[in-house]
Design a protein around this ligand. Structure first.
Ligand SMILES: Cc1ncc(COP(=O)(O)O)c(C=O)c1O
Length: 363
C-alpha cells in the first residue's frame, strides 16, 4: 500500500513560531511578560486601522471583495506602480506559497540561502519542490555570487530576504543588480522586503524600483511589521502585470478578509504611526548596539526591527533564563545558529528590561 502522506510532507519540519505571551505566563506562573520574539510592532496597530476594522466588522456576514479593489488601488499609488502589478496575500507568507504554486513544478529546483527565513524552505518542501541551499558568508550575510554560481538549468525560482531574517543583514543596489544580471530571464527572483520600511541605508534598493527592467523580479512586502497588522494577515507582491495574472488564477478569491482590507487601507494612510514606529525602531537598534557589545555579545549590523545577537556559547540556556524573567526572545538553534538569539526591538522600557535581564544572566 502506498503511504497516505507523500515523503516530502512526512519529513517536513514545521515552522516554530515565537512563544506566545499568554502561554509563557501560564507555564511560568508570571504576569506582565513581554515578547520580543516575532518582530511585531511594539507600538501596536495604528489607532486608525483599529477604528476602520471595528467599522468593517459590521459587514463580516458578507464575503469580502475578491479583488480588494480599494486596497489594491491605494497600495499601487502608495508604492508607485499600476494596480495590475499588485497581488495581495494573506500575509506575505501566502504569496511565497502562491508564487511556488504558480511558477514551479516538482521538476524545478528552488534556490535558497541556507539559514535564512525558513518559510521558503518549508513552502518549497510542502509543495514537493526540491531546493538547493547556499551557505551564508562569514558575518551572516547572503553570498549572492555563490548563489548565482549555484543556478542550473533546473533552477526556476530564487528567494532573497533583504533585509534578511533572522540575521538582519542586507545587501545593496550593486549586489542585487549584479545578481540580476547573472540570472537567466526564466528564473524568478523573489526579493522579500518584509523589513524594507525600516532600512536606513542609501545603498538599499527595493525590487519595486527594479522590476520594470527585470520581468523575472518580484517584490514581497507585508503589513505585519511597520504597519503593525501581523494578526490580521496582510501582505502583497509587486510584479510584472503578466506574471500577476497567473498568480491571480491560483489565488483563492477570498484570501483577504473584509477586516484585513479595511485595516490595510487605514494603516497605509496613517503615516504618523509609520513614522513613530520607524523612529522607535532606529532608537531601539542604537540602544541595543550600545548596550550589548560590552556584555561580550556580537551583533550584526541590523537593517530590520530586531538584532541578531551571537553570545559565543550555546544560547538556549539564556533563552530559558530570559523566559523565567518574563522576556520572550527567539532562540536560533533550530535555525542553525546555536550560539545566537534574535531580539525584536520593543518599546524603550521593553528594551531596557531585556538588557537588564541579559546583564544579570551573563554576570
Ligand atoms: C523575511 C520575511 N518574509 C516574510 C515574513 C512573513 O510575513 P507575513 O506576516 O506577511 O506573512 C516574515 C515574517 O517574519 C519575514 O521575516
Amino acid at each position: 500500500m502506498r503511504p497516505l502522506v507523500p515523503p516530502y510532507v512526512e519529513t517536513l519540519k514545521p515552522y516554530v513560531p515565537g512563544k506566545p505571551i499568554e502561554e509563557t505566563e501560564r507555564e511560568y506562573g508570571l504576569q506582565g511578560v513581554i515578547k520580543l520574539a516575532s518582530n511585531e510592532n511594539p507600538l501596536g496597530p495604528s489607532p486608525r486601522a483599529v477604528e476602520a476594522m471595528r467599522a468593517a466588522s459590521q459587514a463580516v456576514h458578507l464575503y469580502p471583495d475578491a479583488t480588494s479593489f480599494h486596497l489594491v488601488r491605494q497600495l499601487a499609488a502608495h508604492v508607485g506602480v499600476k494596480p495590475e502589478e499588485v497581488v495581495l496575500g494573506c500575509g506575505s507568507n501566502e504569496l511565497i506559497e502562491l508564487l511556488l504554486r504558480t511558477f514551479t513544478t516538482p521538476e524545478d529546483e528552488v534556490l535558497l540561502c541556507q539559514c535564512s527565513f525558513p518559510a521558503y524552505r518549508i513552502s518549497a518542501q510542502a509543495h514537493g519542490r526540491p531546493f538547493v541551499e547556499v551557505p551564508m558568508r562569514a558575518g551572516y550575510s547572503y553570498d549572492l555570487e555563490a548563489m548565482a554560481r549555484a543556478i542550473t538549468p533546473r533552477t526556476r525560482m530564487v528567494f532573497l530576504a533583504n533585509p534578511d531574517n533572522p540575521t538582519g543583514t542586507a545587501f545593496g543596489r550593486k549586489a542585487l543588480e549584479d545578481f540580476l544580471a547573472a540570472v537567466p530571464p526564466e528564473v524568478l527572483v523573489i526579493h522579500d522586503e518584509a523589513y524594507a520600511e525600516f532600512v536606513d541605508w542609501p545603498d538599499y534598493v527595493s525590487a519595486v524600483e527594479l522590476f520594470p527592467r527585470h520581468r523575472n523580479l518580484v517584490a514581497l512586502r507585508t503589513f505585519s511589521k511597520i504597519y503593525g497588522l501581523a494578526g490580521v494577515r496582510l501582505g502583497f507582491g509587486v510584479m510584472d502585470a503578466g506574471l500577476a495574472t497567473y498568480v491571480q488564477r491560483t489565488r483563492m478569491p477570498f484570501n483577504l478578509t473584509v477586516v484585513a482590507q479595511a485595516g490595510g487601507i487605514a494603516a497605509l494612510g496613517d503615516t504618523e504611526h509609520v513614522r513613530r514606529t520607524r523612529e522607535n525602531n532606529l532608537a531601539g537598534l542604537r540602544y541595543f548596539e550600545q548596550e550589548l557589545p560590552p556584555l561580550g555579545i556580537t551583533l550584526t549590523r541590523s537593517h530590520a526591527n530586531f538584532v541578531f545577537a551571537d553570545f559565543h556559547r550555546p544560547a538556549l540556556e539564556l533563552y530559558e533564563w530570559l523566559l523565567r524573567r518574563g522576556v520572550i526572545v527567539r532562540p536560533m538553534a533550530g535555525n542553525g545558529f546555536p550560539t545566537c538569539l534574535r531580539i525584536s526591538v520593543g518599546t524603550p522600557a521593553e528594551n531596557e528590561r531585556c538588557v537588564k535581564a541579559l546583564r544579570e544572566s551573563l554576570s
